[in-house]
Unconditional design. Structure first.
Length: 143
């Protein structure tokens, strides 16, 4: 029997606000993207940086939490798995896109203003509350 593993861990900043939609059967889906940076020295000794952009999607309660807590620029830690979406566009061309389907999310910058009466998580006492909510939601996820 062969074994495989499909796990992604990322820490980055949101490049655009999350967008939440609902499937016909009422399941919440939130989509957003984050950027991760890598700094390195070039052969001539100068410092350079590359940026990678990652498309993410969250389902169910986790989708609702992402939509409530995150905004453009939010700093997040996410865990998920790679999923390839395939479709045919209007011109009949086959297309595909790889997204990361989230199993957990931890906001590293705090809460969006107006949510739970706080605009930031300023101390360590507030952070476990977010972590507990996310872990609780992951147990209810359909995947």
């Amino acid at each position: 029997m062969s074994r495989s593993l499909n796990v992604v861990f990322l820490i980055g900043h949101l490049t655009r606000p999350p967008v939440i939609k609902y499937t016909p059967n009422g399941a919440a889906v939130t989509r957003f993207s984050i950027a991760t940076n890598r700094s390195f020295k070039k052969a001539d000794g100068t410092l350079d940086e590359t940026v990678e952009y990652h498309d993410l999607e969250a389902w169910g309660k986790l989708a609702e939490i992402c939509n409530q807590l995150l905004t453009t620029g939010s700093y997040v830690h996410v865990t998920g798995e790679l999923r390839t979406q395939k479709w045919t566009d209007q011109a009949g061309v086959s297309r595909s896109k790889t997204v990361i389907r989230l199993s957990s999310m931890i906001s590293l910058t705090g809460k969006k203003e107006g949510v739970a009466g706080s605009s930031t998580l300023s101390d360590d006492e507030d952070r476990p509350v977010v972590d507990e909510v996310v872990e609780e939601v992951v147990d209810d996820m359909p995947f």
